[in-house]
Design a protein around this ligand. Structure first.
Ligand code: ZN
Length: 371
């Protein structure tokens, strides 16, 4: 696969994925302008949801003047179901009668919008739909404009939410955005910490799918392209924003979405869910990194690359204890991770020894806490 060296070749690179998905991908040098122009041309009545961290960045000024609009503080790692219910209510009661919801931001903002747009056509509350295979009606159409690349949320039919009881996504085919405007320029204002960790998570998604024993062939294909792009971007270093690296991240992100449709991640994601459940402040991407650091025997190259990427990018080794996770959390974390059966099957295959699994998991959490 040839990596586009500049924006002009990036715009003509699609499709760079093998898995088919429902979202229309629009590669553009002017994401904001193109989105606004298309909404106008199609006489749409958009409701905008903007990540609050974009306020003050010149590229987004036109959007902050749009109306109706909700400004969302995306600093927590996932949107809460109560945020979804609030937004659903705002959209439904808006006098402009919106027929489209537009998300501008990172994975959290996109997931919030995907969930709320879907919930406008369903009685709610949103926590009722966390899970798989729920019967739901098609909601309002969504368009997304990612301002951080790596989550894959721009094309997936999943909205990850933190509910009153559990962190679990709404997984529904109607949750896919209908259009994703991909403009790698837009991540230039994002903090290095966010650009780095979002891409680390993207790397892990691709890594675990390439190692998976239960993922489909097209998922493997997309993951092997994605891992190449993510590795290259992380190896160049993300200290200073560069468009070449941002293009790779944007392409790896779409592949992260496409490979997850028929692919499945593995052990570091399974362990990360236990960690996330014990700490609401721990970002998902950091949780997966901490987990990978305890899996040297299972994933030797994933482990070695993690150390290398952290070092190259001048990042400290993240620790679970920094997020108030301790010995007391081990039984609960072990229970959560043991329940991720599909991920363990993806990792170990059908001959997975279910009896030995809790002891294996507990051992890894001890390792994490000793680090
Ligand atoms: Zn992840």
């Amino acid at each position: 696969m040839k990596i586009p060296a500049d924006m002009d070749s990036f715009i003509n690179a699609a499709p760079w994925w093998s898995t088919e998905f429902e979202t229309e991908v629009v590669c553009t040098k002017d994401g904001v302008g193109e989105l606004l122009e298309r909404a106008k041309r199609e006489s749409r009545r958009p409701f905008f949801v903007l990540d609050s961290s974009l306020r003050g960045q010149k590229a987004f000024a036109d959007l902050f003047e749009a109306s109706p609009v909700m400004i969302f503080d995306a600093t927590s790692s996932e949107p809460r179901t109560e945020d979804v219910d609030l937004l659903t209510g705002m959209i439904k009661s808006d006098p402009a009668v919106p027929d489209l919801v537009v998300a501008v931001g990172g994975g959290s903002t996109m997931d919030l919008v995907k969930a709320a747009a879907l919930c406008t056509a369903n009685p709610g509350p949103s926590s009722r739909y966390q899970g798989y295979g729920m019967e739901m009606k098609k909601g309002l159409e969504t368009w997304v404009l990612p301002t951080l690349n790596g989550t894959g949320a721009e094309i997936t039919p999943i909205a990850v939410l933190r509910g009153p009881e559990k962190k679990l996504g709404i997984n529904n085919r109607f949750a896919s955005p209908s259009v994703a405007f991909i403009d790698p320029n837009l991540s230039s204002g994002a903090k290095k910490f966010n650009r780095f960790y979002t891409l680390m998570d993207c790397y892990y998604h691709h890594y675990e799918i390439t190692k998976s024993r239960t993922s489909a062939a097209d998922a493997h294909e997309d993951a092997s392209r994605g891992i190449m792009l993510a590795k290259e971007a992380l190896s160049r270093g993300l200290e200073v924003y560069e468009i070449e690296t941002a293009i790779m991240a944007a392409m790896a992100s779409v592949l992260g979405g496409s490979s997850s449709i028929r692919g499945r991640v593995g052990a570091s994601h399974a362990l990360s869910y236990g960690l996330s459940n014990s700490s609401p402040t721990l970002p998902h991407s950091v949780a997966v990194t901490i987990s990978m650091l305890a899996l040297e025997e299972l994933y030797p190259d994933g482990y070695a690359n993690t150390i290398r990427f952290l070092d190259l990018n001048g990042m400290e080794i993240p620790k679970a204890s920094d997020y108030a996770i301790g010995e007391k959390d081990i039984p609960k974390m072990t229970k959560t991770a043991s329940g991720m059966e599909k991920l363990w099957e993806s990792c170990f295959g059908a001959d997975l020894d279910k009896e030995a699994l809790p002891a294996f998991i507990e051992d890894k959490y001890r390792k994490i806490l000793e680090a």
